[in-house]
Design a protein around this ligand. Structure first.
Ligand SMILES: [Fe+2]
Length: 305
């Protein structure tokens, strides 16, 4: 068994992104306090917030809107993490903590396993917005934190963090990252009202919100964990495949106590399936045309259809 209360120490042979820790931080990468945002930055949050709230009704799942309401995120400006945590902790035991930027995988797993969600301690600028979706405070807090008010989703996130220890041991971080990508970041869910968004990467993106559910280009396939862990993904453009669940309890049960080593022993450290692949075993809701990517995707300025 692993001790999740202690920061794991990955061996040097593990495939990991190399990130340089700023000198003022300890090994857990936590900032002492949340950044004091300028009036301009708070206003920019409000602009992004309004943009998404104009788009998301009818697209995002109910749990997301309930989370926003519970957390009082409509008060204007970047939320104060202390106030957010006063509400979030009694609901699911989670808290949001400030980190400078992306943190290394083992640090990320350590915080998730201990119900801490690391959020970037900065907000993107208006110029950056045109080019990339950065994991800044808007993506991390608007996209991720409302979902952490849902007990089943929150249990999945904790379970995901704990699964990190085994992925480090077996040197299969790519496989576990793909699961996060296709669920927590870009996941869709079936509801009584139709398919809806729960992934934070979509919830915080103006273009992808409607594209993920309505465009004809991408595949929409029911989530199969073993398959998704073998599937590559786009990190700099709209996804070519989205994976759909029936409910968050399903997501939790698919991961809780799962002997992931059985998958890790069968697969190599690289991916087997390309992002647009449709397999015989897939339960397909929509077989995408991939027209957007065939026209060159984002670099060529193709229309997301
Ligand atoms: Fe994210």
């Amino acid at each position: 068994m692993y001790d999740y209360s202690i920061l794991p120490e990955p061996s040097t042979s593990v495939f990991m992104a190399c990130l340089k820790k700023p000198n003022h931080l300890s090994d857990d990468w936590l900032e002492k306090e949340q950044k004091q945002y300028s009036l301009e930055e708070h206003n920019y949050w409000d602009k992004l917030y309004k943009r998404q709230m104009d788009i998301l009704p009818g697209l995002a799942c109910d749990q997301f809107f309930e989370g926003l309401k519970l957390l009082d995120f409509d008060q204007g400006g970047v939320p104060d993490f202390n106030k957010t945590n006063e509400i979030l902790d009694p609901l699911t035991g989670w808290s949001v903590v400030a980190v400078p930027e992306l943190v290394p995988d083992h640090v990320f797993f350590y915080h998730l396993a201990n119900k801490r969600f690391p959020a970037g301690n900065f907000i993107r600028s208006e110029e950056e917005e045109k080019y990339i979706e950065l994991p800044d405070v808007f993506h991390d807090v608007f996209g991720h934190v409302p979902m952490l008010t849902d007990p089943n989703f929150a249990r999945y996130m904790e379970e995901y963090g704990k699964a990190g220890w085994k992925a480090l041991e077996y040197n299969r971080l790519k496989a576990l990252s793909a699961l996060y990508w296709y669920t927590v970041e870009f996941g869709l869910i079936n509801t009584d009202k139709g398919m809806r968004i729960y992934g934070a990467g979509i919830l915080s993106s103006a273009v992808e919100s409607s594209y993920s559910l309505e465009a004809k280009s991408p595949n929409r396939i029911h989530l199969n964990v073993d398959r998704v862990m073998r599937t590559d993904y786009k990190h700099d453009d709209l996804q070519q495949s989205y994976f759909v669940i029936d409910d968050f309890d399903e997501l939790f049960k698919l991961t809780q106590g799962r002997p992931f080593e059985q998958i890790y022993q069968k697969i190599g450290p690289a991916f087997q399936y390309a992002p647009p692949a449709v397999l015989e075993v897939d339960h397909v809701y929509h077989h995408g045309t991939q027209e957007y990517q065939q026209r060159g995707g984002k670099p060529s300025g193709a229309t997301p259809v």
